[in-house]
Structures are given as structure tokens and as C-alpha cells.
Design a protein around this ligand. Structure first.
Ligand SMILES: Nc1nc2c(ncn2[C@@H]2O[C@H](COP(=O)(O)OP(=O)(O)OP(=O)(O)O)[C@@H](O)[C@H]2O)c(=O)[nH]1
Length: 292
């Protein structure tokens, strides 16, 4: 029996629905999803195994023009994703205006097979879907174009079928029972970051980093300590809230997610720490895994 395996990168603008789509395809809540743009900072691998195939997915930050150092480093992840990929799934929001020249530039340079996924068709009409399909056919003539709704799971199976059909012949890259190359620590820190994105406004989420300082599995409980890092004293105060009320909310919601994910009771403690201007300091970007 021949075996197929390959790397699949999901790319596209912030908020196009890349994480939502990947979560549908992988069937587990892997990347964090929030209504705000730019929540996916890291490259995440999710692995789907079939009897005679293995798909290695990576979700990347939305393609944007870098305007501070963190974003610059995020763009390297996108370029890496393009170099590695056997198949590129380019997700575009059906209501996005045609201003995706930066993405097109990247797609032109790739040797990967390209699937254009026109997402959020639930917010559209058949006419517009047809028009968009024609538009993309003319613009880049990809190997495949599919209109879907990742959120409502409409037409996501054809996306999966396209990927499986277009994988190159190759032995499995990873053990076939491995779901992801990310550690539990990573997912746990993402769960805290997701709550920060949901509960706070404006610059707070973008100035925040979460570090798991300890993760101890005991018989009936997992004890987790985390540091939430912000850039200014004023942000720390907002994060903590009056009498600790806001931080308590973050902790409660994050713990619930963790318990569901880890299938075990979790004790979570969190500390808020100020590191002035961490997003522009190489040392911290390196420590937090944004650069080599
Ligand atoms: N109506 C509708 N909304 C969707 C669909 N897919 C995703 N969304 C919503 O679009 C928003 C962004 O989705 P994400 O999956 O986080 O987008 P992303 O492209 O990964 O975003 P970044 O991580 O910022 O790059 C969320 O509020 C989703 O619920 C869809 O098919 N229909």
C-alpha cells in the first residue's frame, strides 16, 4: 500500500478564519480563536493521521505588514510555512475587499499546490460566491477553489478531501499516534492568553505574554503556575482589576478549559509581572520563543 504524507500550511489575512478552519480539520481545539485579529503568534502543528496518509498542519499568523518587532518575527513564521509546505491552503474572507496583493506575491513564489478557501459563505449569496471563484481562478489559477463556512462546518469535508488527494507519496513524518508537536504547557498558556483576549480591550491583549513557570502532575490534580507579563504598571492594574476581580475571571475560565483539555482537576495560580517594552526587546522575544 502506498503511503502519503505532507505539510499543509494555512495562510491568509488576520481574522479570515484560519484557526477555525484548522480546528475543524484537525478535530481538536488546537489554536486559540478569538474575534480579534492576530491572536495566533506561533506556528502550530496539528497532525491528522489516516490509515494510508498523514497530514501535518501548521497555522500561521495572519499576513500583515510588520510595524513592530514582534510582528516582524511573526512574519518569519509565515515565510517558513511557505517554504515547508507541500500544500498551501489560502483562506480568504468572502467579504474581504480585493486588497490581498501581499498574499498574492507570496503565492506566486511557492512551488506548493494551492487551494483557495473562500470562507464565511454563510455571510454571502450564491452570486457573490460564484463571482469570487471566478476572481481567484483568473488571478492565480490555483489547483483548487472551495467556498466554505469553517464556523458552521459547511463544505469543510471537500477541503479535507482536496488535501488528502493532493498529498505527495511519502512515509509518515511523525509517529502516527502523535497529535501535535506542541506541549501541554503550550496549550495551557494559550488558554490563558485567549481569556485575556476575550476579557480586555485595546492594547492589553497585544501587550501580554503568558509563561507557564511550573506544571506539576500529581495523582488527582495538576498544579499549574503562570506569569502574565505586561509592559506597564498601569496595564498590570487593569489586568488585576478591583480587588483582583478581573484576574479571578481569567483564572476561572482558563482553568475550566484546562480541566476539559487535560481531563483532570487543575489548580491554577497566576502572577502578573511588568517587563517594560518587552515586545521591542530581542532578549525577551528570544526567551518567549519568537525568534531563534
Ligand atoms: N460567519 C462566519 N464567521 C467565521 C467563519 N469562520 C470563522 N469565523 C469567525 O471569524 C473570526 C476569526 O476567526 P479565526 O479562526 O480566529 O481567524 P484567523 O484567521 O485564525 O485569525 P488570526 O489568528 O488573527 O490570524 C472568529 O470570530 C470566527 O468565529 C465562518 O465560516 N463564518
Amino acid at each position: 500500500m502506498t503511503h502519503k504524507a505532507g505539510f499543509v500550511s494555512i495562510i491568509g489575512k488576520p481574522n479570515a478564519g484560519k484557526s477555525t478552519l484548522m480546528n475543524q480539520l484537525v478535530g481538536e481545539k488546537m489554536a486559540i480563536i478569538t474575534p480579534k485579529a492576530q491572536t495566533t503568534r506561533h506556528r502550530i502543528l496539528g497532525i491528522v493521521n489516516g490509515e494510508d496518509y498523514q497530514i501535518v498542519f501548521s497555522d500561521t499568523p495572519g499576513i500583515i505588514k510588520p510595524n513592530y518587532k514582534l510582528q516582524e518575527n511573526m512574519m518569519h513564521f509565515v515565510d517558513d510555512a511557505l517554504v515547508d509546505a507541500d500544500i498551501l491552503v489560502f483562506v480568504t474572507d468572502i467579504n474581504e475587499r480585493h486588497d490581498e496583493e501581499d498574499v498574492l506575491e507570496k503565492l506566486k513564489k511557492t512551488s506548493a499546490k494551492v487551494l483557495v478557501v473562500i470562507n464565511k459563505v454563510d455571510q454571502s449569496t450564491n452570486e457573490l460566491i460564484e463571482a469570487k471563484i471566478e476572481y481567484w481562478k483568473e488571478k492565480i489559477n490555483p489547483e483548487g477553489i472551495i467556498g466554505c463556512s469553517a464556523l458552521h462546518q459547511v463544505n469543510t469535508q471537500p477541503v479535507m478531501d482536496f488535501i488528502v488527494n493532493n498529498l505527495p507519496e511519502h512515509p509518515a513524518y511523525y509517529e502516527k499516534d502523535e497529535l501535535t508537536d506542541r506541549s501541554e504547557r503550550f496549550f495551557v498558556s494559550e488558554m490563558i492568553r485567549e481569556k485575556v483576549f476575550k476579557l480586555y480591550k485595546k492594547e492589553i491583549p497585544y501587550s501580554t505574554e503568558v509563561i507557564i513557570t511550573s506544571f506539576k502532575e500529581e495523582k488527582n490534580i495538576i498544579k499549574i503556575s503562570a506569569e502574565i507579563i505586561v509592559e506597564r504598571e498601569s496595564q498590570k492594574n487593569i489586568l488585576i482589576g478591583a480587588g483582583g476581580s478581573m484576574l479571578k475571571k481569567v483564572g476561572t475560565y482558563a482553568r475550566q478549559d484546562m480541566e476539559e483539555f487535560l481531563q483532570k482537576k487543575v489548580f491554577l495560580e497566576m502572577f502578573v509581572k511588568v517587563i517594560p517594552d518587552w515586545r521591542n526587546r530581542d532578549h525577551y522575544l528570544k526567551n518567549f520563543g519568537y525568534r531563534e
